[in-house]
Design a protein around this ligand. Structure first.
Ligand code: UFG
Length: 322
């Protein structure tokens, strides 16, 4: 299949991993990234790099008029806390930016769209593990933007025949097991990179947000999914929507939960170093437990996480951090 793929956010954390995999499979890839968070170090030299913003119609015209068959859309703002302070920014970037891409797809008759969605579309779990028909009631504006985009995709698909995959990531983490990604996320807000920054000495210490949850060790449980596993799911999702000429909406998680303390203990074991942490109060908006039911992705696209144990996750982060 000689498809030409546009990867928005291809210099960013997940987009860069997927770009490397697409290129190693022989796809022709155009990376569009405004470098607001992404790193030049992560851009695959075999891709065509365009520096620009998904909201800039002139840039989009240039990219789409070069002939694009598929859009992989990673470019987005992703800080749930910030989205509750600046919903306007999240509306314009995430929802507005995606609608611009969809309108270019309409104009240039691009059929396939792979979308980075999130478990944040579900909000507080009413039952565990969470399957795809769980109620969608986001508890932050970021999660709402992902849900709003999914709904737009459904309508664009219905009206224009676009085929899409919406991939609902649980807790994305880790770095390329093949060491191809060198630029780490700047000022990360997520647990695993924070643990690694403490271990590397970039941070003096970290907080564990609450140990009084109703979980075995009192700290929150999440479903951590390695970025290489996420990447392989994107490629299987593309095959599926093209071959079946059908849409796909699936969770990407492992179905296994680990607590904050499990992760800290595993990082200590893998690196042989001590994490300087202190237990503080709960962070507002954190549910005690979030675990995916990943069986639909297994059934439909034959996907399963293989790199997502805490040990594999931290091992893959060592070359980037230590
Ligand atoms: N945590 C700490 N200390 C920290 C950072 C995090 O104790 O310094 C804890 C959190 O309280 C939580 C767990 O580690 O219990 C994971 O926190 P993250 O911030 O890494 O991730 P979240 O589960 O809050 O959210 C992530 C993504 C969201 C996405 C969600 C979907 O950041 O974008 O998963 O499940 F929507």
């Amino acid at each position: 299949m000689n498809l030409k793929i546009l990867v928005t956010g291809g210099a960013g954390y997940i987009g860069s991993h997927v770009t490397h995999d697409l290129i190693s499979l022989g796809y022709n890839v155009v990376v569009l990234d405004n470098l607001s968070k992404g790193s030049l170090l992560n851009i695959n030299p075999k891709s065509t790099f365009v520096k620009g913003d998904i909201r800039d119609e002139e840039v989009l015209e240039k990219v789409f008029s070069s002939g694009i068959d598929v859009v992989f859309h990673f470019a987005a703002l992703k800080a749930a806390g910030e989205s509750m302070i600046y919903p306007d920014k999240y509306a314009l970037n995430n929802i507005g930016g995606t609608v611009k891409l969809l309108s270019m797809m309409q104009k240039y008759k691009v059929k396939y769209f792979i979308f980075s969605s999130s478990a944040a579309v579900y909000g507080n779990p009413v039952n565990l593990p969470i399957n795809e028909s769980h109620p969608k009631e986001p508890i932050n504006y970021y999660g709402y933007t992902k849900l709003a985009i999914e709904e737009n995709l459904r309508w664009f698909s219905e009206i224009l025949g676009i085929k899409y995959a919406a991939l609902r990531y649980f807790n994305a983490t880790g770095y390329d097991v093949n060491g191809r990604i060198k630029g780490k996320e700047v000022n990360p807000a997520n647990l695993c990179p924070i643990i690694m920054e403490v271990l590397s000495g970039e941070r003096n210490g970290m907080e564990v947000f609450g140990n009084d949850y109703d979980t075995p060790d009192g700290t929150c449980i999440r479903d951590y999914i390695h970025v290489n596993d996420l990447s392989s799911a994107h490629i299987k999702a593309l095959d599926y929507i093209v071959k079946k000429d059908s849409n796909l909406v699936v969770n990407l998680g492992t179905g296994k939960g680990f607590s904050v303390m499990d992760l800290i203990n595993s990082a200590e074991k893998v690196t042989g170093k001590k994490v300087n942490y202190k237990i503080t109060g709960r962070r507002p908006g954190d549910p005690a437990e979030l675990i995916a039911d990943p069986s639909l992705a297994a059934e439909l696209i034959g996907w399963k996480a293989i790199y997502s144990s805490p040990e594999e996750i931290f091992k893959s982060m060592i070359p980037v951090y230590l």
